[in-house]
Write a protein that binds this ligand. Structure first.
Ligand code: AMP
Ligand code: ZN
Length: 131
């Protein structure tokens, strides 16, 4: 059984932010920023691409409400919503989950950087739309 399934079953303790029949939200142990929260479906899916779209839609609706509450009540100025998909993208727990990372100022410890484009955009589009 995966670690998040064990948390959902109550076999590993967690700090619950929100729970209903289908969804569990817990504080991430790393607390990258104060209030860093993970929202997960109770049903195991390795990653969000494996979820039926309808279930993913429900998960994101709940994520939005939880993110609004966490951000508001912790006086954050914004948040990042992040889904790491597969190891190459940094996924370490193979039970899909959405990170809510509250943001307080530019000096907090989260950073993403996007590099300058060197690709032929028409060729990229051709590959994306090939089927
Ligand atoms: P990811 O790298 O996207 O798969 O994220 C997995 C996250 O789960 C990491 O941010 C970990 O800090 C977090 N995590 C791992 N074990 C636990 C746990 N027992 N309780 C809460 N969060 C956890
Ligand atoms: Zn699981």
């Amino acid at each position: 059984m995966c670690i998040f399934c064990s948390i959902i079953e109550g076999n590993i303790p967690s700090k619950k932010v929100y729970e209903d029949d289908e969804t569990l939200a817990i504080l991430d142990i790393s607390q990258t920023t104060k209030g860093h929260t993970l929202v997960m479906p109770k049903k195991h899916y390795d990653n969000f691409l494996a979820m039926p779209s309808k279930e993913f839609g429900k998960l994101m609706e709940k994520t939005k409400d939880i993110a609004a509450k966490v951000t508001r009540n912790l006086d954050a100025k914004g948040c990042n919503i992040l889904i790491n998909t597969n190891e190459v993208a940094g996924q370490s727990v193979m039970h899909t989950h959405v990170h809510i990372i509250p943001r307080y100022d530019e000096t907090d410890t989260v950073s993403f950087s996007f590099t300058e484009n060197k690709l032929d955009l028409d060729e990229v589009l051709r590959q994306i739309n090939q089927d």
